[in-house]
Design a protein around this ligand. Structure first.
Ligand SMILES: Cc1ncc(COP(=O)(O)O)c(C=O)c1O
Length: 453
């Protein structure tokens, strides 16, 4: 009998997050203060982030214990199942073995809640009562609103305007957990009003929504703290529970992946599935290939230069060395809203710079095509973001069909697409455009990169 589902005994669930920083073969470039251009200190970040999270951001420790209260929340949906996609393998007629980790079973429907509960917890124990944040597709806003309701905290979410319009039920879902949601840019912040004045019809971007949420925290006098759904070291680290579990699950069936794939917006999802395997590559020389799958309409890792840039459009955040399309690059309104980000996590960028991971850029129509094949085989409608990982996995499996190699492929199904049916509807009607990457917009974006010696 085939074993489709590979579960992990909750008693064997890893109880620490993996911090890749100390294992980097070459040190990462420092994060710089946007004004002085000197390395940031914890005190620079204290006005907007909880101190417990700032300590994790700068931690020299390879593993950080998961607090009991966070473990208790994780146990509501973790360990997540791993599945062998036998039916997809057959549909592709490939000798490759395809496994996927299913993060869509979480209460919020995606991986994002792995960090939202941790971030809400560290803020709560420091006495913070309200959190502000941005959201692209709405997945992060959902995850943070659920975490805030678990810890009895208030929450305000700036939702990128194009997603606010494309995904009304995602907005209702966030509100159902008690958070307030505003279309970004909004008229509630200085930076929002500035962008609205420049272009009243703007689709918005993650970069602008981040600026609004940061401004709310910075001007609150400490009563509101900001939380980010991706990019930062501590956020990527909270997601490593995915890859750590995956390793144990694969080992339980005598497997180790040749290829590990995650879709990549700000980078935390990719980090979550891949970093525990990148660790094996760095420390034990394992030949595991980790692939970040990004949208061709916002090809940060595949086309952007490796340079210092802001994390937001309003230039409030510290400067991080990353691959970037420029902090004011406005990505086209593709349906994978969570992948519309101009930059990427510094850890992911550093690993690509060192040649320890690689990236691919994919157009949205082929991603939806593979997502529907996956749905027919596996019975799950994937989030459009996850569809990028599926497409990359399908492409690797098809290469195996050509070469006859029996590779083991692992990807992360970062979320379900049950609130993304407008996108599937457009695809099924043939109305979905493969929005071209705007090189002129990137040139404009790159001309504004901050000067750093
Ligand atoms: C379902 C899903 N997968 C992946 C991503 C991308 O995540 P990250 O920013 O961590 O790369 C998002 C972002 O919103 C998402 O909603």
């Amino acid at each position: 009998m085939r074993q489709y589902i590979i579960n992990l005994d909750p008693k064997k669930m890893p109880d620490a997050w993996y911090n890749i920083g100390p294992d980097m073969p070459e040190p990462m470039a420092p994060v710089l203060h946007p004004g002085t251009k000197q390395p940031v200190q914890a005190s620079d970040l204290a006005p907007i982030f909880a101190m417990g999270l700032i300590e994790q951001e700068m931690s020299p420790d390879r593993f950080i214990s998961i607090p009991g209260e966070v473990m208790d929340k994780y146990l509501l949906w973790r360990p997540t199942p791993m599945r062998r996609a036998y039916r997809l393998e057959e549909a592709l007629d490939t000798p490759a073995k395809i496994y996927y980790k299913n993060e869509s079973v979480s209460p919020s429907g995606s991986h994002k809640i792995n960090t939202s509960v941790a971030q809400a917890y560290y803020n709560k124990i420091e006495g913070v009562r309200e959190l502000s944040t941005e959201t692209g597709a709405g997945q992060w806003g959902t995850a943070l609103s659920i975490a805030c309701s678990m810890f009895d905290m208030k929450c305000v979410v700036y939702m990128v305007r194009v997603s606010f319009q494309q995904k009304p039920y995602r907005r209702s879902l966030i509100e159902s957990f008690g958070a307030s949601v505003l279309a970004s840019p909004s008229d509630t912040t200085d930076i929002g009003r500035k962008f609205l004045a420049e272009d009243p019809d703007t689709t918005g971007s993650l970069g602008i929504a981040i600026s609004e949420a940061v401004e709310v925290a910075a001007k609150s006098g400490g009563s509101v703290k900001y939380t980010l759904g991706s990019v930062l070291n501590h956020v990527c680290m909270h997601q490593t529970i995915i890859g750590e579990e995956a390793k144990l699950q694969l080992a339980s069936v005598g497997e180790y992946p040749d290829i590990v794939i995650g879709c990549c917006g700000g980078g935390s999802n990719f980090a979550g599935i891949a970093f525990p395997f990148v660790c094996d590559r760095i420390k034990d020389g394992r030949k595991v290939e980790c692939i970040a799958a990004e949208p061709a309409a916002c090809p940060t890792l595949t086309q952007g230069p490796f340079a210092y840039d802001f994390g937001d459009t309003g230039m409030y955040t510290p400067l991080m060395k990353q691959y970037t399309l420029g902090h004011n690059f406005m990505p086209p309104g593709i349906h994978a809203g969570g992948l519309r980000y101009h930059g990427v996590a510094a850890t992911v960028a550093h690993l690509q710079h060192l040649g320890l991971i690689r990236s691919v850029a994919l157009k949205q129509n082929p991603c939806f095509e593979s997502s529907l094949l996956f749905a027919k085989c596996e019975g799950i409608i994937p989030a459009p973001e996850s569809g990028h990982a599926i497409r990359a996995a399908v492409d690797e499996a098809l290469k195996c069909r050509e070469s006859g190699e029996v590779k083991t492929i692992l990807f992360n199904l970062s979320g379900h697409g049950n609130f993304d049916m407008t996108a599937y509807d457009a695809y099924l009607r043939g109305d979905l455009q493969d929005l071209e990457f705007d090189e002129e917009a990137m040139r404009r974006g790159l001309s504004c990169l901050p000067k750093v010696d």
